[in-house]
Design a protein around this ligand. Sequence first.
Ligand code: FAD
Ligand code: NAI
Length: 466
Amino acid sequence: MAYDLVIIGTGPGGYVCAVRAAQLGMKVAVVEKNATLGGTCLNVGCMPSKALLHASEMFEEAAHSFAKMGVNVSAPKLDLPAMMNFKQQGIDGNVKGVEFLMKKNKIDVLMGKGRILGAGKVEVTGSDGKAQVVETKNIVIATGSDIARLKGIEIDEKRIVSSTGALALEKVPGKLLIVGAGVIGLELGSVWHRLGAEVTVVEFLDRILPGMDGEVAKQFQRILEKQGFKFRLGAKVTAVDTSGKTLKASIEPAAGGAAEAIEADVVLVCIGRVPYTDGLGLKEAGVALDNRGRVQIDSHFATSVKGVYAIGDVVAGPMLAHKAEDEGVACAEILAGQAGHVNYDVIPGVVYTTPEVSSVGKTEEELKQAGIAYTSGKFPFTANGRSKVNQTTDGFVKILADAKTDRVLGVHIIGREAGEMIHEAAVLMEFGGSAEDLARTCHAHPTRSEAIKEAALAVGKRAIHM
Ligand code: FAD
Ligand code: NAI
């Protein structure tokens, strides 16, 4: 065998799995069909979106927040090509980082499209059409996901765009219509809204951010509306007329009813993502898929074919980079005979807007549905000293704890830096900690994290600053 492990796909699932396997002494190769390593996350996902979120936030702050702090600057001017260049530098730097990690860990990089010929055999076809077959003891499928499309609405990535096109628009759209009030819609909607677009979000359900805690989603919607977002909930886009200079989208109530037309310069379709298995040869190789087209795995990431494993967006679970990474590590450890494991109950989720939204563990809705008795402690940032002095008081921390044992079951934060703050809750939950544990942990003053301690105190009805 040429290799112990061949991994198809170099997103956060694939490249992290490769590094861990190499650390454990395996001879590893990765196969990548794109021109650059790093997958969706580095090239058209997490990284470019966070670069634009950061840059557009600075633009917005310079325009609206500096003066109140006594920092007088002239109105900022947008240089969109320079902002896109800033984004590209971020992508390039991270992609180079992955290339470095492959070299450092002596991982072979095979550029080309991978196809599984059967257990132990992967065909790699380069962009020149030349194919080679590599032999390996084990194969990991880490081919990620692709955008979900709306029937009858063709994405041209110019006027009707997916997240990929929305990360590379050449000018700020006057009117941006977003289909789907999920993570991508709210993050990329924030970018273009801050840069001057009028943003309307059409969402099929009667709420935004399905899956997040309902109370958090409600308050977040109010905050976004205050910022200028318009929401059309319980509605769907059924067609987009592209014949004129301006797009005309037909919108209908989700439950059916009369259609109305909404004009837009750009329509962003972000209604979720689907597993990507095109051309992998799974059917011929006998690798089973589930009823949603995801590669079916057991609790050890093993597929229906011996020696073939799968991780990341292409399998069930939240489509998140850190979930893919942790599965990559666990899968490599299992292949090395160790007890690799992912705790799916403690996977944080973050929406990188302003304010940010973060959560880990169960929502109130999930606890109610499971019939678990819980107590809730809530603390608003309006009562947090650091937030007050910075005048960034939107949001709150909510802690849900088991009514009998006080064990923390879920933590939900809406507020600036919520994405950084959530991890103390994740560590606590990983160790099965209680609200009392959190409440008795000394927190530095003045920090926004004190709101977590106060929310934990509030579980026992003894918050100090409220
Ligand atoms: P991917 O990153 O999709 O990588 C799969 C790789 O496999 C790709 O490089 C692909 O080219 C390659 N490939 C596929 N088929 C083949 C083949 N046959 N042969 C060779 N190579 C192949 N998640 C977060 O956690 N935080 C965020 O902030 C975040 N932001 C996002 C923003 C956007 C706009 C998008 C679209 C996604 C975002 N995500 C975010 C989700 C995140 O990008 C994915 O969860 C993550 O990339 C999944 O990793 P993966 O390794 O499973 O697959
Ligand atoms: P999503 O699943 O987060 O949201 C899609 C939204 O579209 C849902 O609210 C859904 O109800 C709605 N929808 C579905 N069909 C519709 C229709 N026909 N009309 C109107 N609304 C419709 O998916 P999204 O935003 O596309 O993101 C894809 C994936 O990328 C997510 O799984 C997410 O985890 C990941 N991601 C993560 C980020 C992060 O962690 N910060 C950032 C961006 C993406």
